[in-house]
Write a protein that binds this ligand. Structure first.
Ligand SMILES: C[S@@+](CC[C@H](N)C(=O)[O-])C[C@H]1O[C@@H](n2cnc3c(N)ncnc32)[C@H](O)[C@@H]1O
Length: 275
């Protein structure tokens, strides 16, 4: 069960904006999702009625669009929600939203997931597709996330851990669904392999509910990673519960992509009145 909050909207708005740009040439998109989730899950209630209201209202607007209206929706994530039939009780994961946005037959890549019931649902949804399901923790399957050589499609590497931990707050074996500085260090050679390929692409990393100290640590960590990789970057955010922030890092081989995606999110955030 995912939770109803701005985090779902935040993550998926940015992923859809990036995917739409990267797939514009029509040559397909290679998706890596390290925390895939089942294709659709109901989302539970939240302690923050305002968060739930925003997502419910937006999905309500989308549900009222006539079928041909999906194409005219102003934001990529709204077009994806409309085509995927997103509802709070039937909320799509990243792969379903991108399939709805860019075309199911355009997607290849890898989805990593630890929960057996979600793995089984993913395997069923993607039978016969070049999108492979990898059961288990992404940390144990890094080699399987590597791009083909030569790379033939643009790529999108999406990470959706729960939150950011400072180094030493948790040992590797109990990091589970969280992300820590050692993870960014471990990922660097794998992201470098993507960046060195002939195709453009982006790595998107989302973390939720950060207090100012954790937000500063995440920001420093991803900016240092981007500099080591020699890629363009932006860090975007939205208010989370109790004074925290949800943050997203956009690292891209194309110099313009992070600012274009960040502008798309800022436009949507202000339309929705989110802080
Ligand atoms: C917040 S949900 C991800 C939501 C998803 N990215 C989406 O499309 O909306 C987190 C998912 O990651 C899975 N997960 C947690 N730790 C993981 C790990 N180390 N490796 C792979 N999947 C993990 C959980 O079982 C859960 O389905």
């Amino acid at each position: 069960m995912a939770r109803v909050n701005h985090g779902n909207l935040f993550q998926h708005a940015i992923e859809c904006a990036a995917a739409e740009r990267l797939s514009a040439a029509g040559t397909g998109l290679r998706l890596v999702a390290t925390h895939a989730m089942a294709p659709y899950e109901g989302v539970t209630g939240t302690a923050r009625p305002d968060d739930e209201r925003v997502l419910r209202e937006l999905l309500g607007q989308v549900a009222c669009l006539p079928p041909e209206g999906a194409d005219a929706a102003p934001h990529a994530v709204m077009r994806a929600y409309a085509r995927a039939g997103a509802r709070v009780e039937h909320y799509p994961n990243t792969a379903e939203l991108l399939a709805a946005l860019v075309g199911r037959d355009q997607l290849s890549g890898v989805l990593c997931e630890t929960r057996p019931e979600a793995v089984a649902a993913l395997a069923q949804a993607w039978t016969g597709s070049p999108l492979r399901i990898v059961p288990g923790s992404w940390r144990d399957h890094l080699d399987e996330l590597l791009p083909p050589s030569p790379a033939v499609t643009p790529w999108l590497f999406c990470m959706d851990p729960y939150t950011w931990r400072h180094q030493g707050e948790r040992k590797r074996e109990v990091l589970g669904g969280d992300l820590a500085p050692s993870d960014l260090e471990g990922l660097r050679p794998y992201l470098a392999a993507h960046v060195k390929g002939e195709q453009p692409g982006a790595c998107l990393i989302f973390v939720y509910g950060l207090d100012p100290s954790h937000a500063g640590g995440f920001r420093r960590g991803v900016l240092a990673l981007a500099d080591r990789l020699g890629v363009a970057r932006a860090v975007v955010g939205v208010a989370g519960p109790e004074g925290t922030r949800h943050l997203g890092a956009i690292l891209a081989s194309d110099a313009d992509l992070p600012s274009l995606v960040a502008e798309a999110w800022d436009g949507m955030r202000s339309t929705l009145g989110l802080a």
